[in-house]
Each structure stands twice: as structure tokens, then as C-alpha cells.
Design a protein around this ligand. Structure first.
Ligand code: ADP
Ligand code: MG
Length: 720
């Protein structure tokens, strides 16, 4: 039921009038601080701020978390119900009863509005809530929401949500309609929020509600101002759903426009062809002790195609842990080297950089490729990148492949002729850094690799600006990984098993969960753990690895382990990414319940790299139900994609590795999982807009410009 006030405004303007309105004026209306509205009581401003609401726009887009159908109240129940229901009645009696000394029960008996002979009263009860008693009096009309229960002969509702109807105007806002229920906070009740939003909607001209973020009409039906009104005060369920769809599509559209603009930014840039004929690559592949998997060959072809094109490559290589991404990276670099360019191979940690360097030397020195390792520390975050300054001609003795950490980006090393950058383990490498890379002139080709698969529905969002290649197949010779969850009380048996493996010549990782590597305490705890394990595994030799050990020493420890001079490595999660020692086939993870699924999967990827059967033992101290359900996922699958889906199910997308660095706005209404279909639609439209107009030059696309510049800043040079 639409109230008189809400319907006062004519249906909002059409597209045409939108363009003629002054954007500046509308922005001013939306970004106006709520402090300027004198009808909002000052204390409420503080409460609003706690919800992150400061401007008119913030309040108008403080969307309901659900709606309550109060169009018609049902008859008072005469039985219990498991589903909460919403009832309206008049308070005919109140009483306070004491129990157990100081404790109090406040009861309000409600009578149905037009009672008949069969009507039962409803008793609402609140225990020890002093303030409720002050709010409710005989004669009040009120609405309650809760589960009716049979208590003796009476129908009762304990601690229902409730609202008192004070006057007739309020009826039109809060009742006799589908009422919005908001995320609320202390000092800001549903009623107050609802009244404020109601008033704000009435005071803000429709055109001003809609201007800033309208999506194109081939994506959404209707107008944004109507959708905003309808999401707060819908006239029907259908109107509410339609409004939800409109607003989610708009939100997703903006996100996909940002992503598409990043992509367009790369696509229109000048690059160079960085691809040799492939003779060097052939020689390399022939020298390998194994055949490539079909999936590896496929992605090498995709990359080769990009290298040969004259616009810069911006590609993501996804592949589960152990799927063989390093070989693919090397293949790409050899193509660039044969084309006469330098390639850089960046790893997130020193350990990994050194490991890559070892592998490269072993495989490429025989082919006469010149390589260098650079692990200099970072100099300056924001400084220029002298690394990409181009000299005239590469001196013949310069390295063709430079291996280093991500700090290479900031290093003073100058490349003379950089054609390709490969970034390993991309989830540690943010969008901003990537943007910095591709902003160089002339742009190098960029290949980022990740072993953190994300659910397919998320790929188009988190990696939406990249072309994606996926290695979806494991090398054949892989030994199986068996994963088992064990209670700490079974440590004795577990130890006996570990010893049989060590006696058979295999090696062991013991991982314990110290999250913050920077704390002193951790080093101490690590040392204590280490002593304990040395005793437990005697006479086998152990080494200790954690984040506070200086890099050269870390490197020695890894080398000793690789040469089987030590049998077990007691380590924190510094081991997490990329380490490759095929003879290490057993991993014990302590307090496994403290890790996320994705991280456990990463850790587990350190074993199962040779032909021997591998074992991952997840030791748990306490096992509440949800923890064991979580760990059971790992017992049941070795497929990183399945693990990622389950992880998503359990924790929600916010926690996924990679989202933090995605640099995308926080969603206010849409749900990446539930609304995946809407995301697909929004993406298609955004992609087609940039396909036709990569610089957003066309008049009809002007309205999207401001939006993108506002969100991106100057990083995205093609639009600003
Ligand atoms: P990730 O994808 O986790 O980085 P790596 O590149 O470290 O995996 O490869 C894991 C191991 O598998 C390495 O020892 C590598 O030499 C080996 N490998 C790679 N490709 C193949 C293949 N096609 N067949 C057999 N072994 C392979
Ligand atoms: Mg790797």
C-alpha cells in the first residue's frame, strides 16, 4: 500500500532528462552530509556513523536485510508454530512478576483487533528487560514478530521483536505494508531507521537519487530511483524482487565496468612482439626428463599466441599445486629470450626465488641461456621503476633471464630489454602492483601464476581483467596423497607411523600454526617445538624453519633438506608456497583446525610431488563439529577447485585469498554466490560497452566515465 507521501512524486525521469540534468548538482545532493539535515537528532548521527552511514547516499543505500509482510496480519494463533509470525493487536493488560529474587518477567497481553468468540489472547513475555516495561502500556497498539508457544493453556511469545504504533501516520510507514528490516545498531532502532529513510526518500527529488549510478536500459528494467524506493518500501513481493534485481545488477555492472576498463586499458596499449621461432623451446622440451601434460602444452600455446601479438599480454595461469606451472613459465621465458628479449621471473619469497634459480640453472645452463639471481631488498614503494628503463642495445653478456623476488619490481637493477615478466603465486601480488607493471612503456608481457584456484563463478570478478589459462590436469607419475584427520590423543600412533616412513628413506614436514611471523614469541615457540620434535624423532635429523631466520640461513636449511642431510623440517607456514622436494612425502600439520581450507590445501601441495605415496596428517586438539566437517573436505578430495568451493561455502567470499587484493568495491547488496547469474549478465553488458568504445568516448557512455575515474584514480590512464 503506497502512502500519500510516497506517491507524491511523479514516476522518475527517463533517460533523456537524466542526461540534461546537471551531474554536479546531483552529486552534491547525494554526497551531502547527514549533519546538514537538521531533523536528524544529533545523537542519532553518531549511531549512524557506527553503521558507516554519513551521507544522504549512504542512508538511501542502507538496504534492508529482509522484509516483513505486514499488509495483512494473520489471526492470532491457537497453536504453536516453528515459523515466526507477525501479529498486530492491542495491549489489554500488563504485569510484572518476580522470580528467583531480583529477576523479573514483564508480560503484555495482546488482544486481536477485531476479536471473535474463538480469539485467544497472546501473551508476550520479556525476562529481565527493564526498558521494555517502560515502552509498553495498556491501550497501545503494537506489532510483534516471533514464534508462538503453548505455555500451560496460554499462547505465549517470548522476547518477540516488537514495535509500538503511536499514531496513524506511523501506521503508513511501519505497518499495513511490506516493511523493511534493516541492519540496526544500538541507539538506532528499526523504527527510527525506517522513519529516517522514509523521510529522506520523500525529501530527495527522484532525479537526484538516480543520477550517479544508473545502469544501461539493456541491463536493468525501470529506473533507479524507483528501485531504491521499492527496495525500502515495496508495494508487493514482486516489486521488491524486481527492485532487488535492479540494484544488484547496477552494483555488479559498476564492478564489471571497473574490471572491463582495466582490461581495456591493457588492450589498447602498444606492446611489442616478444616471441621467437621456438627452436630453443623445442630443445628445452626434448631435454626434460618427462613429457608435458596435454594441459601444459595447451597453455604454452595460449601464451605463445599472446607473446606473438603486438599488444601486451595480461594473462593469469591457474593450476593446482603440483600441476607443473614452473615448466610453463620457463617455456614462456625461452620464447621471449629467443625473440631477443629479457625475461624476469618473480617469486614471493627468497626461498622460492632461490629454488626457481636452481631449477633454471639445472635445465637451462646446458642450453647456453644466461641467468642471474637478484634478491635485493626493496628500496622504495612509490619510486619510479628504473628496472624498466630501456637502453638502446642489450650488451651481449647481460643475463637473459633474471630471477628474483617481487622486490625486483622496486629494485634499482636495470633491465635493458625486458619483454616478459612472470609472477609466481599471484595471490601475494596485488592489483596495484600489476597495474604498475603494465603501465610501463613499452609494456612488457605479463604472466601471473597462481596455485590458489577460486570458484569459477568468482574468476570473472576477481580475475576479470585478465585472460585466464588453466592447467586442469596433473602429471601422470604423481604418487597419491592420503589425507587423514587425527586427534592429538593419537599422537603416539602417528609418531610410530612417521618413523616407518623416515626409515623407508622418505622425508617429513611438521607444520605448526603460528600466524604472525613477526612476533618474537613465535620464534621462541618455534624453538620449543623444535626441541620437542628432535626428541620425538631421534635419531633422525631435524631442522627448524621460520620467518625470523635470516634468508641466507633459510636457504642453507632448504639445501640441507633437499640433499637429504636432514630428514625432517619443523616449520611454520613459510613453507606454504611453491617449495618442491619430491622425496618429502609426509606432512604433519598441528592444530590443523586453526588453518583455513585453502591454506591447508596449499600446505599439502608440498607433498605428493614424487612417485611415492604421500601422507598428510591433520592433527586436531579440539574437534567441534564444524572443524571436523571442514577437515573432512580435505580427506575427501585432492582437487583444489573442490576445496575452494567448499572453503567458499564455509567462510564466504570475503575471506578468499585474492579478494583482499582485488581492489574492487565492497558489495552493499549483491551476493557473489547467490547472484552469480546476475554477475554474468552485468559482465556481458560491461564487456560489450568497452568492446565498442574502449576509451569511453561516445556521448552515451559519458555518464560512466566519472564513476570509473572516481573509483580508479589515475592508475587507469585511458579513461581519466
Ligand atoms: P606448481 O604448479 O605447484 O608450481 P611445479 O612446477 O613446482 O608445480 O611442478 C611440480 C613438480 O612436477 C616438479 O618437480 C616438476 O619438475 C614436475 N613436473 C612438471 N611437469 C611435469 C610433467 N608433465 N610430468 C612429470 N613431472 C612434471
Ligand atoms: Mg610453483
Amino acid at each position: 500500500m503506497k502512502s500519500a507521501k510516497l506517491s507524491k512524486h511523479a514516476p522518475s525521469t527517463h533517460d533523456g532528462s537524466r542526461k540534461t540534468a546537471k551531474p554536479a548538482a546531483s552529486d552534491a545532493a547525494l554526497s551531502k552530509s547527514l549533519e546538514e539535515l537538521d531533523w536528524i537528532p544529533r545523537p542519532k548521527l553518531l549511531a549512524l556513523r557506527r553503521l558507516g552511514i554519513e551521507t544522504v547516499e549512504d542512508l538511501l543505500t542502507h538496504f534492508p536485510r529482509r522484509h516483513e509482510d505486514r499488509t495483512e496480519f494473520p489471526k492470532f494463533p491457537r497453536e504453536e508454530s516453528e515459523v515466526p509470525i507477525c501479529l498486530c493487536g492491542e495491549v489489554v493488560k500488563t504485569s510484572v512478576r518476580r522470580f528467583g529474587g531480583w529477576k523479573k518477567i514483564f508480560e503484555a497481553t495482546l488482544q486481536e483487533s477485531d476479536p471473535n468468540a474463538l480469539s485467544e489472547p497472546l501473551v508476550c513475555r520479556w525476562f529481565n528487560l527493564h526498558y521494555v516495561q517502560k515502552m509498553i502500556a495498556t491501550g497501545h497498539r503494537m506489532v510483534v514478530f516471533g514464534k508462538p508457544r503453548l505455555r500451560g493453556k496460554r499462547i505465549c511469545m517470548d522476547h518477540p521483536e516488537f514495535e509500538v504504533i503511536e499514531n496513524d501516520e506511523e501506521i503508513s510507514i511501519h505497518f499495513r505494508r511490506i516493511a523493511p528490516i534493516y541492519p540496526a545498531t544500538e541507539g538506532l532502532s528499526q523504527r527510527v531507521l525506517r522513519s529516517m529513510i522514509y523521510r529522506l526518500l520523500n525529501e530527495t527529488p527522484p532525479a537526484e537519487i538516480g543520477l550517479r549510478t544508473a545502469a544501461p536500459s539493456n541491463l536493468v528494467r525501470g529506473e533507479r530511483p524507483d528501485a531504491i524506493r521499492a527496495i525500502h518500501f515495496p508495494e508487493s513481493r514482486e516489486a521488491c524482487n524486481a527492485a532487488y534485481e535492479h540494484l544488484v545488477l547496477t552494483e555488479f555492472f559498476i564492478m564489471q565496468m571497473l574490471i572491463a576498463s582495466r582490461r581495456a586499458n591493457t588492450a589498447i596499449r602498444r606492446g611489442e612482439k616478444h616471441c621467437g621461432a621456438g627452436a630453443l623451446l623445442d630443445k628445452f622440451l626434448k631435454s626434460l626428463p618427462f613429457e608435458l601434460t596435454a594441459a601444459q602444452s595447451k597453455v604454452i600455446r595460449e601464451i605463445g599466441h599472446d607473446l606473438a601479438a603486438s599488444h601486451p599480454m595480461n594473462r593469469l595461469l591457474q593450476g593446482d599445486v603440483g600441476s607443473g606451472k614452473t615448466v610453463v613459465a620457463i617455456a614462456a621465458m625461452l620464447l621471449a629470450v629467443e625473440g631477443g628479449y629479457q625475461a624476469a621471473f618473480m617469486a614471493p619469497t627468497q626461498i622460492l626465488a632461490e629454488q626457481h634459480y636452481d631449477v633454471l640453472r639445472r635445465w637451462l645452463e646446458p642450453l647456453g641461456v644466461r641467468m642471474a639471481l637478484r634478491t635485493a631488498t626493496r628500496h622504495d614503494d612509490n619510486g619510479p621503476l628504473p628496472l624498466f628503463e630501456r637502453k638502446e642495445e642489450a650488451a651481449p653478456e647481460e643475463p637473459q633471464i633474471i630471477v628474483g623476488t617481487h622486490a625486483l619490481l622496486y629494485d634499482k637493477v636495470s633491465f635493458s630489454n625486458l619483454g616478459l615478466v612472470v609472477i609466481d603465486e599471484q595471490h601475494k601480488f596485488g592489483v596495484a602492483q600489476r597495474a604498475q607493471l603494465s603501465a610501463r612503456e613499452p609494456a612488457p608481457d605479463v604472466l601471473v601464476m597462481t596455485a590458489t584456484p577460486i570458484p569459477r563463478t568468482l574468476t570473472m570478478t576477481i580475475y576479470g581483467d585478465l585472460d585466464v589459462s588453466t592447467i586442469d590436469e596433473m602429471p601422470l607419475n604423481r604418487g597419491k596423497i592420503v589425507t587423514a584427520v587425527r586427534d592429538e590423543s593419537k599422537l603416539g600412533e602417528v609418531l610410530a607411523f612417521l618413523r616407518t616412513q623416515l626409515e623407508a628413506g622418505r622425508q617429513l614436514y611438521v607444520i605448526y600454526p603460528l600466524i604472525d611471523e613477526s612476533e618474537k614469541l613465535d620464534a621462541k615457540a618455534a624453538a620449543a617445538e623444535y626441541e620437542l620434535w628432535r626428541e620425538r624423532l631421534h635419531p633422525f635429523r631435524c631442522d627448524l624453519l621460520h620467518g625470523r631466520i635470516p634468508a641466507p640461513e633459510k636457504q642453507e636449511i632448504m639445501q640441507r633438506f633437499r640433499r637429504v642431510e636432514t630428514n625432517a623440517l619443523i616449520s611454520t607456514t613459510v613453507l606454504e608456497v611453491g617449495v618442491d622436494v619430491p622425496n618429502a612425502t609426509v606432512m604433519l600439520i598441528e592444530n590443523a583446525e586453526r588453518f583455513g581450507l585453502a591454506q591447508l590445501h596449499q600446505l599439502r601441495g608440498r607433498i605428493g610431488r614424487g612417485e611415492h605415496k604421500s601422507y598428510c596428517i591433520l592433527l586436531t586438539s579440539t574437534s567441534p563439529k564444524e572443524a571436523s566437517a571442514k577437515l573432512a573436505v580435505l580427506e575427501n578430495t585432492n582437487d583444489g577447485f573442490k576445496v575452494a568451493e567448499a572453503d567458499w561455502e564455509l567462510r564466504g567470499p570475503g575471506d578468499l585469498l585474492g579478494t583482499a587484493q582485488s581492489g574492487l568495491p565492497v558489495l552493499k547488496i549483491g551476493n557473489l554466490k547467490k547472484d552469480a547469474d546476475l554477475m554474468r549478465r552485468a559482465r556481458a553488458v560491461a564487456v560489450s560497452i568497452f568492446g565498442r568504445d574502449p576509451r569511453l568516448d561516445l556521448p552515451e557512455n559519458q555518464r560512466f566515465r566519472g564513476l570509473i575515474v572516481e573509483q580508479h584514480g589515475q592508475t587507469f590512464s585511458n579513461i581519466s
